[in-house]
Design a binder for this molecule. Structure first.
Ligand code: KG4
Ligand code: ZN
Length: 368
């Protein structure tokens, strides 16, 4: 069965055709990052308008690359969580297609989509993907780490999710983006902070004034996270050095231009070391407690070079298999949505009337 996936939950308009829940026939992602960059974050109203402009060309391109509409047997669409006005665009498009072409339609949870990305054929083996030749074996622990989520799940056969822990405040990607903003690195800050952190290399504790940022909740026995204090620690460090001006009239770039490049790299590295340590430690602790041999790390922040390196190293030490998709399948895409919707659609999907009445769910828990 070939499923057309549609994703518009945030600032990527994406469509893809996936066969058998695993084989990508086409995948198209139109990013809106440039549109939102001047605002330092996603502006929902602008995102929705851009989705409206892009959704049809993006869907058409994905379908034609996959061999035309004859090659589509069902439609899977992100139903939530995400920005309501953005979700509605994908949902309406998917309903229109299902109705006009008499195709079954299934709504997909965005995070179930991220988890499904490790089952996409080749996704963890692409040039920059990490994983064994096979997808993870059930049960496994999944860390979903993105701009909106930092959630740890236990995933059992037939995709049953149990929540093990989650962030109590900011998501890891959100912290990356806020730190990027504080440092004047533009939006989204995650990739920029990652690049500078890696270019800087390891920090040695020689007392050269390198900040050692807190590892929030590292010693807490729960599997919860907290990243808001870490972001604040970066802000205070800059203020203490007299390198952060609160003047609201200054643009982030003007505010940050004073930071010497070497120090900028050092702060990025120190922040990344702290964030990565907590993410890795909690994930492997969860794997240990659950007694699983496989760990999947998915979502935008799973593209982070420092996190990937640390996870692989720890996996080797503990004899745990680590599965991380190539970057293109970490950040939002529609192939993962098609993959996640495959099982429900193969079983026939909900009756069309029910599918057409499906509402977007901006806040939607995958499991508790
Ligand atoms: O999964 P995703 O595309 O969208 C959400 O569902 O949130 O994740 C986007 C997030 C952003 O916060 C972005 O800064 C972060 O992932 N991100 C990164 C990297 N690449 C993307 N964070 C750290 N390092 C990266 N290399
Ligand atoms: Zn996402």
């Amino acid at each position: 069965m070939r499923v057309l996936g549609i994703e518009t939950s945030c600032d990527e308009t994406a469509a893809a055709v996936v066969e058998g829940g695993r084989t990508v026939r086409s995948t198209v992602v139109a990013s809106q990052a440039d549109l939102h960059a001047p605002y330092g974050g996603v502006v929902p109203e602008l995102a929705a308008r851009r989705h409206v402009e892009r959704i049809h060309p993006v869907v058409e391109e994905a379908v034609s690359r996959a061999g035309g509409w004859e090659a589509v047997d069902g439609v899977a669409v992100t139903r939530g969580p995400g920005l309501l006005v953005a979700l509605l665009v994908g949902l309406q498009a998917a309903k229109g297609i299902a109705l006009a072409r008499s195709l079954p339609l299934a709504g997909v949870h965005h995070l179930a989509g991220h988890v499904a990305s490790v089952f996409i054929e080749g996704a963890t083996r692409e040039p920059d993907g990490l994983g064994g030749p096979a997808p993870p074996r059930f049960p496994f622990v999944a860390l979903v780490v993105s701009g909106g989520h930092t959630h740890l799940y236990r995933v059992d056969e037939s995709e049953k999710f149990r929540l093990l822990g989650a962030t109590r405040d900011d998501a890891a990607g959100e912290a990356y983006d806020k730190v990027g903003k504080i440092l004047g690195l533009g939006y989204p800050g995650g990739p920029a902070v990652d690049k500078l952190a890696r270019a800087h290399g390891p920090i040695d504790d020689t007392g050269d004034g390198t900040p050692r940022f807190p590892r929030p909740m590292l010693n807490d026995p729960s599997f919860d996270f907290s990243f808001s204090g870490l972001k604040t620690a970066v802000l205070y460090d800059l203020k203490r050095r007299g390198l952060y001006d609160d003047d609201p009239d200054l643009s982030p770039r003007e505010r940050a231009r004073e930071i010497p490049p070497e120090l900028l790299g050092r702060i990025c590295r120190a922040f990344q070391d702290a964030a990565v340590e907590v993410l890795v430690e909690k994930t492997f602790r969860a794997a240990g407690r659950e007694g699983v041999d496989d760990v999947a790390v998915v979502g935008g922040v799973a593209a982070n070079g420092g996190l990937r390196e640390a996870l692989v190293r720890r996996g080797r030490e503990e004899g745990v298999r680590v599965h991380i998709p190539a970057s293109a399948y970490c950040t939002d895409n529609a192939a993962m949505i098609a993959a996640a919707g495959h099982a429900a659609l193969r079983a026939g999907g909900p009756p069309l009337e029910e599918a057409l009445a499906m509402e977007a769910q901006a806040g939607w828990e995958l499991a508790s």
